[in-house]
Design a protein around this ligand. Structure first.
Ligand code: SF4
Ligand code: SF4
Length: 386
């Protein structure tokens, strides 16, 4: 377990000096002296962040469930040669194609044209990156169904095993590097592709049915894939957010973007009573009680730390503090509450969908006949690079 040195901030430092803090996931600027503990001034209102976050997570899981059922019905229609109920293809499933989203974004930046295959993937990709730019990795803790499942698994693991494990730094840091390696691989491959290569890939049979291939992965799962998924589930029960922390390249990307977010978890040393409840509650294992702001790419804006904090104005998800003597004045109209997070996330998500729909770039532009020919052979289609 990582031990972090005490670096409580001296009361006499002006606020702008107190802002110089962490530079990464675990880095801490140390102060050479301790100070007396502050007197606890209890928060006046109970925290609602986790209840609101849970509602948003469940709504998004339900939305994905509906999209999944509609997509399955749409695929079944073509697989049955048109002998089952037809439903329109839900373009929202392209949110599960982040690599297509990145490829299409590069194509759009190079040519100024929105690609006709999987355009929704690009708009949803932009929406999720934009959220990270404004609200840290809120996408991971508030929307992503895999993040929600990971969270459910570590909570289940805590119930079953009585606790979760926290890996030692020598294992944790190299493992965290894995997701950046995966991200680097995808960025390198896509970065070296020309606009012609990108549009050419999207128009291959593999590119056209990339979403169906993903569905088939789960429908016709082989033994090896099933074993890997069981191991991942077990890892997620033992270690909090195992997949997100070590393996998710999408999380790695938006984590890097999230470092630029002006809104961060911020601790007011003058209101903090040094109880360390925030650090114990943090699923990312961040030393929240030792920092005045969390810049780490691992912070998912889950607000578990804020929910755990007993002191009024000691911890918040906020813009930088105002220059004022009293904590209440420092954070006045600076905090971003859970309802505001939910509102901003919804605004960006539905706003981008609206833009895509209004400009006629939401649906993939493919005739029904092409799907009718392609769909029964989706399993035989292989990656053009193989
Ligand atoms: S508990 Fe706080 S510091 Fe930890 S990931 Fe959640 S919001 Fe970030
Ligand atoms: S939970 Fe963290 S921020 Fe809140 S009083 Fe305790 S140590 Fe300070």
């Amino acid at each position: 377990m990582t031990k972090v040195a005490d670096c409580r901030l001296p009361l006499h430092l002006p606020l702008n000096q107190k802002e110089a803090t962490d530079t990464g996931a675990q880095a801490v600027e140390r102060y050479p002296y301790n100070r007396e503990k502050n007197v606890l001034i209890r928060r006046s209102t109970p925290d609602r962040s986790q209840r609101i976050r849970r509602i948003v997570q469940l709504l998004f899981v339900a939305l994905n469930g509906l999209l999944g059922v509609q997509f399955l019905l749409w695929v079944r229609y073509f697989e049955s040669g048109g002998n089952s109920m037809y439903v329109p293809r839900p373009a929202g499933v392209e949110g599960w194609l982040p690599i297509a989203g990145l490829m299409n974004l590069k194509y759009f930046l190079l040519t100024g044209h929105v690609p006709s295959i999987h355009p929704a993937a690009m708009f949803l990709f932009i929406a999720f990156v934009l959220m990270s730019l404004l609200l840290k990795k809120a996408f991971c803790a508030w929307l992503c169904p895999i993040g929600t499942l990971s969270e459910a698994l570590w909570r289940l693991g805590r119930k079953v095993f009585g606790r979760n494990l926290r890996l030692h730094r020598w294992a944790d840091i190299p493992l965290r590097g894995l997701k950046y390696l995966l991200l680097g691989f995808f960025v390198f491959v896509i970065g070296t592709m020309s606009a012609e290569a990108l549009v050419g890939f999207m128009n291959t049979p593999y590119g056209l049915v990339a979403d169906v291939k993903m569905l088939n992965f789960f429908r016709n799962m082989g033994q090896t894939a099933a074993i890997v998924l069981v191991l991942l589930a077990l890892g997620s029960m033992l270690v909090q957010n195992f997949w997100c922390r070590y393996l998710c390249p999408y999380g790695a990307l938006i984590g890097l973007v999230s470092v630029l977010s002006p809104v961060k978890i911020r601790r007011d040393a003058e209101a903090c009573i040094d109880c360390a409840k925030c650090a114990r509650a943090c699923p990312a294992g961040l030393p929240v009680d030792h920092l005045v702001q969390i810049r780490s790419a691992e912070c998912s804006a889950c607000m578990e730390c804020v929910a755990a904090c007993p002191a009024q104005n000691a911890l918040q998800f906020s813009l930088p503090a105002r220059h004022a003597a009293a904590p209440a004045q420092r954070w006045f109209r600076r905090s971003v509450g859970p309802l505001a997070i939910a509102g901003i996330v919804a605004y960006i998500f539905f706003g981008l969908i609206l833009i895509a729909r209004a400009t006629g770039h939401w649906q993939t532009n493919m005739p029904r006949d092409a799907y009718m020919n392609l769909m029964p052979h989706a399993n035989e289609v292989t990656h053009p690079g193989i």
